[in-house]
Design a protein around this ligand. Structure first.
Ligand code: NI
Ligand code: MN
Length: 223
């Protein structure tokens, strides 16, 4: 049974902003809207109203609208030290942190974890986002790594995992990641934005026992 349907679980309002971008209640992660050809006709910055903006790394397809949203919403950017200190210098609210750290921000507890990828500044990361008894792991851009097994100790209910291959894990490794993390629900991301990262989430559904939830860009689900 999907975790969010279990008794006593407070659902979260999850909106897919395209690519790796999500709005989860008042938190946005990796906003890439105005420069994303797949969603820019359909979505605006108003779709990503938020108090908190988590950025996994400063590739454009993740950092894209972080500054614009921070300014528009007077929101706080949460990112690895190098990105966050630069954001502060540029005049934005930002919470610097690094891998292994967990900090309270608004209603959330935000833990930063490693990701296997590259980035212009600092190092790429993932986030374990905790609110009440809900725990969402957003992997950022990453390949599969065995230490994802450690994340199960955070009781992750939902894992947002890249499946587009080439720049990140593909479907097969995402299935293993879900097993390592021991999540209940998987939300695939970082695929079909461009031809180079075409992937089929139905193939993931065939490989895993978890619920796989897919979204159209701009779609909101209570999870
Ligand atoms: Ni990247
Ligand atoms: Mn990316």
């Amino acid at each position: 049974m999907p975790y969010y349907k279990k008794e006593g679980v407070i659902p979260m309002k999850v909106k897919f902003l395209g690519h790796a971008g999500f709005r989860i209640d008042d938190l946005v992660i990796d906003p890439f809207i105005t420069q994303n050809d797949q969603v820019k006709e359909k979505l605006t910055l108003d779709d990503a109203e938020c108090n908190i903006i988590c950025v996994t790394h400063d590739h454009i397809d993740h950092m894209g609208d972080a500054y614009a949203l921070a300014e528009k919403n007077n929101a706080t950017i949460v990112a690895v030290a190098e990105i966050a200190f630069q954001a502060q210098k540029d005049g934005y609210n930002a919470e610097p942190m690094n891998i292994g750290g967990e900090i309270p921000v608004g209603d959330w507890k935000i833990k930063m974890v490693q990701a296997l990828h590259s980035s212009p500044s600092g190092t790429p990361v993932g986030f374990i986002l905790k609110k009440g008894d809900r725990v969402i792991y957003h992997a950022g851009d990453t390949g599969l790594f065995k230490d994802m097994k450690l994340f199960r100790y955070h009781n992750v209910d939902t894992a947002i995992l890249p499946i587009g291959d080439r720049f990140t894990m593909g479907v097969e490794d995402a299935a293993k990641a879900a097993e390592y993390v021991k999540c209940n629900t998987i939300i695939p991301m970082h695929y079909n934005t461009w031809p180079l990262i075409e992937a089929d989430p139905e193939k993931l559904k065939e490989k895993v026992k978890q619920d796989v939830i897919t979204f159209e860009p701009g779609e909101t689900k209570q999870l």
